[in-house]
Design a protein. Structure first.
Length: 190
């Protein structure tokens, strides 16, 4: 009976951590400049935001103890494999954990995009993150255009189309698509 009750509780809780496809991105008002960082990866190599200028960058703040963070990593890896040669970079910023936790996680869930360590949580504070996972999309000019709070299916075609559109548009073109200028009637409108 206890095993049956445990199984029921386990199954009832499972959908809580499931990621629903189709969750979108929220535009960040005024597209502020992304705060720079320089953080080591698990091999000690430094990664800076400025290293990726000119590319579309997904910056994901996560932790191994966070179920939605763990759940979205496979879709990030699929997106990375599909788009890395087309101007997309993904950097996962692990918050507050050390190399051992990352090694254990990547042994179970291999990822090939950079994972950097924010062990003192300075970068997560600079970026204004309040919960995990939180992900930002930075345009090639280094401005934060979108934010996603909570897990996503990062290989969702609609979501990736929106992200990759940043690679080929200028800030002025994006501004017009988000806030279109009303058309003037023929004859000047008078």
């Amino acid at each position: 009976m206890k095993k049956l009750l445990f199984l029921f509780v386990l199954l009832a809780a499972a959908p809580v951590h499931a990621i629903k496809p189709g969750r979108g991105l929220t535009e960040v008002p005024d597209h502020p400049r992304a705060p720079d960082f320089s953080l080591p990866d698990i091999d000690g190599e430094k990664h800076s935001l400025s290293d990726y200028r000119g590319k579309v960058l997904i910056v994901n703040f996560w932790a191994t103890w966070c179920p939605p963070c763990r759940a979205e990593m496979p879709s990030m890896e699929r997106a990375w494999k599909r788009y890395q040669g087309r101007g997309l970079v993904i950097v996962a910023v692990n918050v507050g954990e050390g190399e051992d936790a990352i090694f254990q996680f990547t042994a179970e869930h291999p990822v090939t995009f950079p994972i950097v360590l924010d062990e003192d949580s300075k970068v997560v504070t600079d970026w204004g993150v309040r919960g995990l996972p939180t992900t930002f999309v930075v345009d090639p000019q280094g401005r934060v255009v979108y934010r996603a709070i909570g897990g996503r299916e990062w290989d969702d075609p609609a979501l990736l189309d929106k992200v990759m559109a940043l690679a080929s548009s200028t800030p002025k073109e994006r501004e017009r698509s988000v806030h279109p200028v009303p058309e003037q009637p023929a004859g000047g409108g008078q």
